[in-house]
Design a protein around this ligand. Structure first.
Ligand code: PRP
Length: 174
């Protein structure tokens, strides 16, 4: 049996997405920006965020996979799906749903940084304490959350719960 405890309501999320969109729009102005969405978890956040950004906004997708999950993390992050476009000379904004250990972002930032973007920033809806302590930081953070297993608004457990309009802690009774 599993139960859900709402951590962030749909309304709180929508207000935060609007606030982030306002900040991003204020910073970039009319400058064209390429959103790099990290699949799969960020797709709902991306869709809501992107619709509140200006007309000079484009999008591309990457997918990563980390190894060592469940045991000690190996720290190895692999690219399962790479970008379709070149980012050289472009303003790039990575869109993440959650920074947990922060490893995925650290590797992604390093990789994309080698491709000579004009600028490289990060927006994440959620951030856990471990990621907040890492050197690799995100310029835009929606919510700082405790170190709990969360689902909803794009985040899954075994591919379920991504379609919940809110973020919830998943309690699993064993
Ligand atoms: C999640 C999330 C981030 C990453 C963060 O993706 O979307 O990409 O984990 O974890 P980290 O900070 O510890 O590296 P996940 O691998 O669960 O894949 P998914 O988005 O397809 O569910």
């Amino acid at each position: 049996m599993a139960s859900l405890e709402v951590l962030i309501t749909e309304r709180q999320i929508q207000e935060k997405v609007s606030e982030l969109a306002r900040r991003i729009s204020a910073d970039y102005g009319d400058t064209p920006v390429l959103l790099v969405s990290v699949l799969k978890g960020s797709f709902i956040f991306l869709a809501d965020l992107m619709r509140q950004l200006g007309p000079n906004t484009e999008v591309d997708f990457v997918q990563t996979s980390s190894y060592g999950e469940g045991t000690s993390t190996s720290g190895v992050v692999q690219i399962r799906k790479d970008l379709d476009v070149s980012i050289e000379g472009r303003h790039v904004l990575i869109v993440e749903d959650i920074l947990d250990t922060g490893l995925t972002l650290a590797h992604l930032r390093e990789l994309l940084g080698t491709r000579r973007p004009r600028s490289l920033k990060v927006v994440t809806l959620l951030r856990k304490p471990d990621a907040a302590q890492r050197e690799t930081q995100a310029e835009y953070v929606g919510f700082e959350i405790p170190d709990r297993f969360v689902v909803g608004y794009g985040l899954d457990h075994a591919e379920r719960y991504r379609n919940l309009p809110y973020v919830a802690v998943l309690h699993q009774e064993v």
